[in-house]
Write a protein that binds this ligand. Structure first.
Ligand code: 0PR
Length: 393
């Protein structure tokens, strides 16, 4: 109820506290399948001090406009692009929508039934983008380790193809599609290739130094025309912080609209949103500068060590299995005997905040920085119990 008379501050806060008591906290370790985490403290400070700033009005907030450009340049540096152009976004969903919009606007006028080709492992926001933009999404098969099959993509190319989408760090398993091979096809056929690195963008560049296999997934691959990556996932930034970078200004122009009644930098917008927080952009800038590559490298190394520990615990329980050898800090766990949904339900009852994935049917474990070794042990103690318990009836 929206009351006529205002309430005292303490009363409001007391009520809110009661309501929020139902929320999980990252510090408890219970959100075991989340791609978000406790944001970096400096970022939180910057965020909370800059709440009034509107990145939809960059003529008013000229300093924030500059910071956004610096974030785009730092991200370009991370993703091997010397002169990046692009925009910050509210996250991976908006980035995928904008990438698809750019492809649709870039398509020759003769294309009447635009199609995007993507392996079936792409994130659901790609389906959402296609739905909104009137684009037909052609889904292709994946191989036995759930990677896109370049040949299958090539087979589907037609005069209606406006782009290929693939993923570096898939939602379900953290798998990386063979971007270099798909890039050659895209380049040869002159088709834009968007790489969704919402999760992987802040992980893959640091895998090699953490002693793991590295992948070419970004602008290093010549056929790649755009890459999205989310600071609010492994970039440690507060929500909402995403980004979309293009190799060529032409593609950015495709998503840039004039806002005729506004002045200066506010008179054009390349994001889906109008009014949007600058605070998360400013926080991203502060965190990237504060952590440096070194800081992210250490974070990735720690998360990967814990992922290996989790993988060991999986191997110790003969009733569960990792769907693939972990590529990054995401694990998909199959249940060999007990029904997967039942297992997940039982784990939820024990306080774990779970997620299931359809391809293949798995429980997802995302080893974010808040998922400590203790949380992993507690999770697998419960999972061992649940998978080895036969229900009474
Ligand atoms: N791309 C990939 C590869 C993702 O995993 C996600 C998020 C996105 C894009 C979308 O990012 P935003 O949530 O920042 O827009 N996947 C998250 C997850 O699987 C969250 C999610 C889940 C978001 C389902 C939307 C959704 O419909 O936990």
């Amino acid at each position: 109820m929206f009351k006529e008379k205002g309430m005292a501050e303490e009363e409001v806060l007391g009520d809110l506290e009661k309501l929020l008591a139902r929320d999980a906290t990252y510090s408890s370790g219970h959100p075991i399948a989340s791609m978000s985490t406790i944001p970096n403290q400096l970022g939180v400070e910057v965020f909370s001090k800059t709440l009034e700033k509107n990145a939809g009005r960059l003529h008013t907030f000229k300093g924030s406009a500059r910071v956004e450009q610096q974030v785009v340049h730092m991200l370009g540096d991370l993703l091997h692009l010397d002169s990046p152009v692009g925009t910050t976004t509210s996250g991976g969903t908006e980035s995928n929508m904008l990438a698809m919009l750019a492809a649709r606007e870039n398509a020759p006028k003769e294309v009447k039934k635009p199609e995007v080709i993507a392996p079936k492992s792409v994130h659901s926001s790609v389906d959402k983008a296609a739905w909104l933009l009137g684009v037909h999404l052609v889904k292709t098969e994946v191989d036995d380790v759930f990677k896109a099959i370049p040949f299958e993509i090539e087979e589907q190319i037609s005069e209606n193809t406006i782009a290929i989408f693939c993923t570096a760090g898939t939602t379900y398993l953290g798998q990386v599609d063979p971007i270099a091979e798909i890039g050659s096809i895209a380049r040869e056929r002159d088709i834009p290739l968007h790489v969704d690195a919402a999760f992987g963008g802040f992980v893959i560049p640091f895998l090699k130094d953490a002693g793991h296999r590295s992948y070419d997934f970004d602008f290093k691959v010549e056929g790649v025309t755009s890459v999205s990556t989310d600071p609010h996932k492994m970039g440690m930034a507060p929500i909402p912080a995403g980004s979309l970078l293009f190799r060529d200004t032409k593609m950015l122009d495709m998503i840039t609209r004039k806002v005729p009644y506004l002045r200066g930098a506010s008179a054009t917008q390349a994001s889906l949103l109008g009014t949007r927080p600058a605070s998360s952009i400013l926080a991203t800038w502060a965190i990237m500068r504060h952590l440096g590559r070194q800081g992210y490298r250490e974070l990735v190394k720690e998360c990967m060590q814990r992922t290996e520990h989790a993988h060991d615990r999986i191997k110790q329980n003969t009733l569960i299995e990792a769907a693939i050898e972990p590529v990054m800090n995401i694990l998909g766990i199959t249940s060999k005997e007990r029904d997967l949904d039942e297992t997940v339900e039982e784990m939820e009852k024990r306080g774990w905040r779970m997620a299931t994935s359809p391809i293949p049917p798995t429980m997802r474990l995302v080893v974010m920085p808040h998922v400590t070794e203790g949380a992993i042990n507690a999770f697998f103690n419960d999972l061992d119990l649940v998978t080895t318990t036969i229900p009474a009836n």
